[in-house]
Ligand binder design. Sequence first.
Ligand code: URA
Length: 238
Amino acid sequence: MEERLQKWIANQGILSRRKAEEAILQGKVTVNGKLVTELGTKVDGAKDIVTYEGKVIQKQEQKVYILLNKPIGYVTTVQDQFKRDTVMDLVKDCRCKVVPVGRLDMYTSGALILSNDGDFIYEVTHPKHEITKTYTVTVKGIVTQEEKEKLEKGVEIENYVTRPALVKILKTDTEKNISRIEITIHEGKNRQVRKMCEAIEKKVLALHRSKIAGIGVKDIPLGKWRYLSREEVEKIRK
Ligand code: URA
């Protein structure tokens, strides 16, 4: 897509629009090897090579943050050695080089963030970040008040005691012998929710991450995604 040279330079984050205009007028900018001093010049960032003071301006990829409602059956990897379906197949239409931020098990559905912003990924996946995640879990059996409190206080999973969690019993069905509970945690040990349920001897029948940092996926159909707003990205970063 063509755009004005000064605007394109400013978008790469090296000069303000005004400074870029000055640089063009001062003969400090070339496009495809030719000196350009006209402010009306248009460039196509995808193919044109622009230099400023003799150095090629590296193209900045726009930072992208997306929220996917992952269906079960997809693995959270960029490439899978067993050729299974990956979450990348679901975000192809974004045409951006995003990668998953954190992970969801193959048989877990729900909120998964993907981004191409390396700083953001580093920040929010750091164990210190304590991002809040809410899960809806369907388990076999009836979850008692006592078990709910155990989950809330912390249970032992492989020599680790889970940190305080918020647990709600959403539904118990004695006829079908199943319960639906909601668990909110601020940590993310591998398969944590499944292991927490194992610790109270309940078999997980279905696991869905309904919210991440308080942002829900109920308005996104399974397998679809949407861009996160700037406010949402800030909320996740906090
Ligand atoms: N806890 C799990 O057990 N699995 C997930 O995918 C996420 C949290």
